[in-house]
Design a protein around this ligand. Structure first.
Ligand SMILES: Cc1cc2nc3c(=O)[nH]c(=O)nc-3n(C[C@H](O)[C@H](O)[C@H](O)COP(=O)(O)OP(=O)(O)OC[C@H]3O[C@@H](n4cnc5c(N)ncnc54)[C@H](O)[C@@H]3O)c2cc1C
Length: 470
């Protein structure tokens, strides 16, 4: 039985790995192939060492609060290589009103902080009085936050967070699709403060009853990577799959057959497969299926992607006046900065910069500034230097610079995303052997991608077992 995965980013590799392991355990004899357009696997994940600095092209880690990626690492034999972030990484900052301000971690810190004004704090505390929204509209993140917490909470806290995770624009992002848990909390408990109080009470009761509750890492968890960078994850998976990996072999077109699909590669080769997992970006899948379903292709093309430029700057320690004790900062809305924020990479994980040096990683562009993707590397560099002077008083030129351009960095789940997915899933049911995975649909974090891979692998194995029985 032929099983094919298209795309060897984390979603495709994790799907293929889980299928391989479980098929082996179940004694299913499958011919597994993975097609990847690029010459190396990993997709958005790439860790590049240069002059002793580790420059992450995409993600710099995953949170250990969910078992998905952590479990995958253990299953792939990568447990020993895991590297938790330094304690300092818990301290996060927002650049607002011309200075870096620590993000409060507790209610007490919040009331002492000057990140939000007193009227803004009172408005936020008044959330407890805001009624639950009853209609089923797909509210944007900005509308939700303005309605429940006020404009200042949006500008000073939630807007920067949306930029940090999705490079997104809260005015268009769907609350339900981007932050499903927050949507659920309002629906289930009537409000966020109410939910926090009730959940804290439940946790205390569980503790009294001797039940295990979440550890000190808290709900956010600890950002985790590897000594050699996050690419160790995809390299580790790729090693297990090596004989099955077809690198530099893009799939140009998919055609449904009576049983399964025919795949045509960019080089004109043709393969057949009974089961197919598509783990490519939405617009790539749209191009592949255009020939047999222009309506599914049109739905996929409605998922927009935000562009990003990622800039790694290395400095001698004495060129940076700030102590860099923390994770880094995000820009408040209307802060006047060119960039979305800067991570203090060498403070987050050990060994990311040569001795006596530091590494900063700045995000530039995103859904609110799509034109930034077109700026040249020199223009990006100049704007970031301007920002670093304002935020961290860095006057010197960096010793090391690496700028990576992602023209389609992160999919944006804009209002209407969940309805679009429903229609897409309805149309897909006509092709039971075609299964979707990847970050275009149900979450962009590595944990979400690995979870989507697990669901895709489950569906493949169910199909295989059904067919074996016949
Ligand atoms: C700058 C940046 C920072 C991020 N930071 C974090 C972070 O710190 N933590 C976190 O959890 N997440 C982070 N993310 C999100 C996370 O990295 C991505 O959502 C995730 O890596 C996407 O994986 P994927 O496999 O779904 O897609 P991709 O990585 O995009 O993989 C898709 C693959 O399909 C291949 N492909 C495309 N067309 C074809 C074709 N025709 N034929 C064959 N192959 C094809 C591509 O070459 C690619 O390898 C970040 C993302 C970016 C861009």
């Amino acid at each position: 039985m032929n099983v094919t995965v298209v795309g060897a980013g984390i979603s495709g590799l994790a799907t293929a790995f889980v299928i391989q392991q479980r098929a082996r355990r179940l004694g299913l004899n499958i011919n597994l192939r993975i097609f990847e357009k690029d010459t190396c696997p990993g997709g958005k994940i790439r860790s590049e060492w240069s002059d002793g600095y580790l420059c992450e092209w995409g993600p710099n880690g995953f949170l250990d609060s969910k078992p998905t990626t952590l479990g995958l690492c253990c299953e792939a034999g990568l447990e020993e290589r895991l590297l938790p972030s330094n304690d300092a990484a818990r301290k996060r900052f927002i650049f607002s009103h011309g200075r870096l301000q620590r993000v409060p971690e507790t209610a007490g810190d919040f009331f002492r902080s000057s990140l939000v004004s007193w009227p803004g704090k009172l408005r936020l505390a008044g959330e407890i009085l805001v009624p639950r929204r009853k209609d089923d509209a797909d509210e944007t993140l900005a509308d939700f936050v303005r309605r429940r917490l006020g404009q200042e909470a949006l500008d000073q806290m939630v807007g920067p967070m949306a930029a940090g995770i999705f490079a997104g624009d809260p005015e268009t992002m769907s609350l339900r699709s981007c932050f499903p848990r927050i949507h659920e909390l309002e629906q289930q408990y009537g409000g966020l403060i109410r939910a926090l109080l009730l959940l804290a009470r439940k946790k205390r009761a569980e503790r009294r009853a001797g039940k295990a509750v979440a550890g000190a890492a808290g709900p956010g968890g600890v950002l985790t990577s590897f000594a050699g960078g996050i690419q160790e994850l995809t390299d580790g998976l790729a090693r297990h799959l090596a004989p099955n990996l077809h690198l530099a072999e893009a799939i140009a077109a998919i055609t449904p057959l009576k049983e399964g699909f025919s795949l045509q590669t960019g080089q004109g080769r043709v393969y057949e497969t009974e089961v197919l997992v598509a783990a490519v970006p939405a617009m790539a899948l749209a191009a592949q299926i255009e020939g047999f379903s222009s309506s599914m292709a049109a739905h996929l093309r409605q998922i927009p992607y935000a562009p990003l430029q990622v800039a790694c700057f290395g400095y001698r320690k004495d060129a940076v006046p700030l102590s860099l004790d923390g994770f880094g900062y995000l820009a408040a809305r209307r802060s006047g900065l060119h960039s979305l924020g800067t991570l203090w990479s060498s403070s987050i994980f050990p060994g990311r910069a040569p001795e006596g040096h530091v590494l900063l990683r700045t995000m530039f562009g995103g859904a609110t500034r799509p034109d930034a993707a077109d700026l040249s590397a020199d223009e990006v560099r100049a704007r970031i230097q301007e920002d670093l002077l304002r935020t961290m008083s860095i006057k010197q030129m960096p010793d090391f610079v690496k700028i990576i351009r992602h023209s389609t960095a992160i999919p944006q789940y804009v209002s209407g995303h969940s309805a679009r997915l429903k229609v897409l899933e309805g149309k897909l049911s006509a092709y039971p052997g075609l299964i979707l995975a990847g970050n275009a649909f149900y979450g962009v974090g590595l944990n979400d991608c690995v979870a989507s891979a697990g669901r895709a692998a489950d569906r493949v194995l169910t199909l295989l077992q059904q067919r074996y029985r016949h």
